[in-house]
Design a protein around this ligand. Structure first.
Ligand SMILES: [Zn+2]
Length: 409
């Protein structure tokens, strides 16, 4: 009887042991910049969190096993620059209107699990944005708050100095500090520094970085002054490979990277891609990269004007940088851990034990591909990333080829 009882106890404990984890991803090549991992690893998940990362976790320990042989496992991607305050207000551009997109339809299929809205809402309509988009999206939605109280409604509304209040912007940022990670200035075309100074002041008051979509002024405001005097280390320079009227580009007319850009990056100013529908040209990106200037963060500037043009999606933008000479490790770091650090969300963008299990499993395809900029130029490349599977809090939210599913019998 005693022997039998021991056997029952032993069998029960083995059964429990066999199901220690909910999910196990086996044999994938893990790239985790925070933990300096770039090798074949297994990742186990329990209760929506990363439970173990090691070289050989037995299949029997998990209820479900995904074979990721030949694939890359990376932290869920962070797209630092999107516009997702979708709504149906006519003539209000990006703020609660048609130019913004609902995030879930554009994120998981590209391995993105966190997006950061770049100033679609201001302090006056942030509540609507929160209730309408943030609270109803499976994608984690964070935000930069526009210095314009009415947000990114376009036209004259974004030129109204009277609607740029650093104190009220900082108050709403603090009230929503679980989701607001910065302040934003965009589209201002007057000759004054005041909008920029107020955006930085709001950031200072709320202890968050400011993101600046600079320029559009006639005459142009000084890039040197912006980068070396006005911005604080940690502030973000948006659309770094744009060449548009009213904004000094990072590469000058002789193809040389401007000294102030290099110096600013060394000083801690953060440069993000923000590809968009008009903000990425090879004429800037190729010579800048050749001269050793790499963007700190890769991002899309997702909205209806970019998604069906040269930008396409996060993985297409990352692939573009791969084919311009950056390594896969650099490209992944600048789309995961680096943005997490710059928005002060170090719990994101990594697969440490205990982290939320936001994970992307990527395929690096080889072939003959074309990548276009926002001015109609194309480069060819032989590498292109594709998203096989995305997990958000340990749940499968995208599975291109059914690698998490059982074969039909
Ligand atoms: Zn934008």
């Amino acid at each position: 009887m005693k022997v039998l009882w021991t056997l029952v106890v032993l069998t029960t404990s083995l059964t429990i042991g066999a199901q220690e984890y909910d999910l196990l991803i086996k044999n994938g090549h893990l790239i985790d910049a925070k933990n300096k991992l770039d090798q074949t690893m297994d990742v186990a998940i329990l209760d929506g969190k990363v439970a173990e990362v090691s070289t050989n976790i037995p299949d029997e320990k998990a209820k479900k096993v995904i074979d990721a042989t030949g694939l890359y496992i990376v932290p869920g991607l962070i797209d630092m620059h999107v516009h997702v305050f979708h709504g149906t207000r006519p003539d209000e551009y990006i703020s609660n209107s048609y130019t913004s997109l609902p995030p879930d339809g554009f994120t998981f299929r590209s391995g993105v699990t966190t997006v950061v809205d770049a100033g679609s809402a201001g302090w006056k309509n942030f509540k609507t944005f929160r209730e309408q988009t943030i609270d109803h999206s499976k994608t984690r939605v964070l935000a930069f708050l526009n210095i314009v109280g009415s947000g990114m409604k376009g036209g004259a509304i974004e030129q109204n100095l009277g609607d740029m209040d650093p104190k009220l912007t900082a108050i709403v940022a603090r009230q929503n500090k679980d989701v607001i990670v910065g302040t934003k200035l965009a589209h201002y075309s007057g000759p004054e520094w005041a909008p920029l100074e107020r955006t930085v002041e709001a950031g200072e008051l709320a202890n968050i970085p400011a993101m600046i979509d600079f320029g559009g002024s006639t005459p142009e405001l000084s890039m040197d002054t912006l980068l070396l005097v006005k911005l604080r280390p940690g502030d973000i320079y948006a659309h770094c490979f744009a060449h548009v009227r009213g904004r000094t580009p990072v590469v000058d007319e002789n193809g040389m990277l401007r000294a102030c850009v290099k110096e600013a990056q060394e000083n801690g100013i953060v440069f993000e891609v923000g590809h968009g529908g008009g903000s990425f040209v090879f004429e800037q990106a190729l010579p800048a990269l050749e001269q050793g200037f790499k963007p700190n963060m890769i991002s899309t500037d997702l909205h209806t004007g970019s998604m069906n043009a040269g930008m396409k999606d996060m993985l297409n933008v990352m692939s573009k940088f791969l084919n311009m000479g950056m390594s896969l490790q650099e490209v992944v770091a600048r789309s995961t851990w680096t943005p997490a650090v710059h928005i002060h969300r170090e719990e994101l963008g990594n697969l440490s034990v205990g982290a939320e299990a936001d994970i992307a499993i990527l395929n690096l395809n080889e072939g003959d591909f074309g990548f276009t900029d926002t001015r109609g130029w194309k480069i060819r490349g032989d590498k292109k990333l594709e998203c096989e599977l995305t997990l958000r809090e340990g749940k499968v939210v995208w599975d291109l080829n059914g690698i998490s599913m059982s074969e039909w019998e």
